[in-house]
Design a protein. Structure first.
Length: 392
């Protein structure tokens, strides 16, 4: 075995250019698999982080209140209190399309939401300055609000400077009582995660000129019971509306699971497409090994005449094919790893070679060497020693 390995290396080194061209297909195939799979996994990690920041334990509920069938905030809170074993937090939510102004400065892309005093904890966020909304603010419809970091900097020049200042929301004056800590460490931008404003949902409903609140957010007490929690909400709302078309329940954990399944399928599909190049490379290995057998027919005849057995000849050529594809696999791993890091950085995401992609692509490359090296090796082993010796 060791002797066959040494002979394989000697043969590869003796035909450097031919060996490199044979390996090139393996190198491209292995690198392609690693790059594509790693980039998909990097994108999946990024999207998972985005979902996590939105709260994977959250369930969003939207209802369509009718004059004959409707659900009130008090009813939703009573349901929440009756199911504390399933839910840790709950807040009504009112979305506003608003223009924010401070003097001549204005913002039009800010996400303005009416929420309860529990919303900050639900989002797992902290305050940079001031305080968050309190139950008393909601109860008395106080004209107070909590600004995102971008809003504070853009309109007032800093978080501390914004505290106590007046901001106009669609022309109505509100006092800023707090500033949320910065969420996006890379940049502050309009429409980003820091371009937000929170006010009491009771005040937001008044701004919207509506008495009905149609959106609620629940936080599950345990991620493992998210399906049970969703079913409880569904049962409660169906008992009121008697029509599933009048409400919608979306569990973030289910959306994340669906996303992960789709991305995993895409990763496998792209890996399979890239793997086709490995199959093509295997044909190249087989062709080169057939050429090698033809060139070394006389050498095979001499070895057989000196007592080499059939299995020895097969072993020599199979090992040579496996070593060729293995070396190509190693180079492909290095090329794929470097390329993945460079491409990931260029695309602005953290893409690193995944151990699974590396192991699978390398194993396939070695397997292809063994598989496609078998036929040339079998042909060499079946040569008649007398005919082989007479070969020129």
């Amino acid at each position: 075995m060791l002797q066959s390995f040494k002979m394989a290396l000697k043969s590869i080194w003796g035909n450097k250019m031919r060996s490199f061209l044979t390996m090139l297909g393996i190198i491209i195939g292995v690198a392609s698999v690693i790059i594509l799979v790693s980039l998909v996994n990097g994108q999946m990690s990024y999207m998972t982080e985005q979902f996590t920041s939105m709260g994977t334990n959250q369930i969003n509920v939207n209802v369509t209140n009718l004059s004959s069938r409707s659900v009130t905030v008090d009813q939703m809170y009573q349901f929440y209190e009756d199911n504390k074993n399933l839910f840790s937090q709950m807040t009504p939510k009112v979305s506003l399309s608003a223009t924010l102004k401070n003097g001549t400065e204005s913002l039009t892309n800010t996400t303005v939401s009416g929420v309860s005093e529990e919303y900050l904890d639900m989002k797992d966020q902290t305050l940079d300055s001031g305080r968050f909304l309190q139950y008393s603010d909601v109860l008395s419809r106080q004209k107070v609000c909590v600004a995102g970091y971008y809003v504070a900097w853009e309109l007032y020049g800093g978080a501390e400077k914004a505290i106590g200042q007046t901001i106009k929301i669609n022309g109505y004056a509100y006092q800023i009582i707090g500033v949320v800590s910065r969420q996006d460490e890379d940049e502050l931008k309009a429409g980003g995660s820091d371009d937000v404003l929170y006010l009491p949902y009771s005040s937001a409903a008044k701004l919207n000129n509506t008495a009905d609140i149609n959106s609620y957010v629940f936080a599950t007490a345990d991620m493992d019971h998210s399906v049970e929690a969703k079913e409880a909400i569904n049962s409660f709302l169906y008992g009121i509306f008697k029509d599933e078309d009048l409400y919608r329940i979306n569990a973030m954990s289910e959306l994340l699971n669906s996303l992960n399944s789709m991305m995993s399928m895409m990763s496998m599909m792209l890996g399979g497409i890239a793997g086709i190049s490995l199959l093509v490379a295997g044909v190249g290995v087989m062709n080169i090994m057939l050429v090698s057998v033809t060139e070394r027919t006389r050498e095979i005849g001499i070895r057989k005449a000196l007592g080499a057995k059939k299995r020895n000849i097969m072993q020599q050529f199979v090992i040579e094919a496996a070593v060729t594809s293995s070396l190509g696999g190693v180079v492909g791993i290095l090329v794929g790893s470097v390329a993945t890091t460079i491409i990931g950085s260029a695309m602005g995401m953290n893409a690193t070679p995944t151990p699974g992609a590396v192991m699978v692509s390398f194993s396939v490359s070695v397997g292809i060497g063994l598989l496609f090296g078998y036929m040339p090796a079998r042909r060499a082993a079946d040569l008649n020693p007398i005919d082989a010796l007479r070969s020129e």
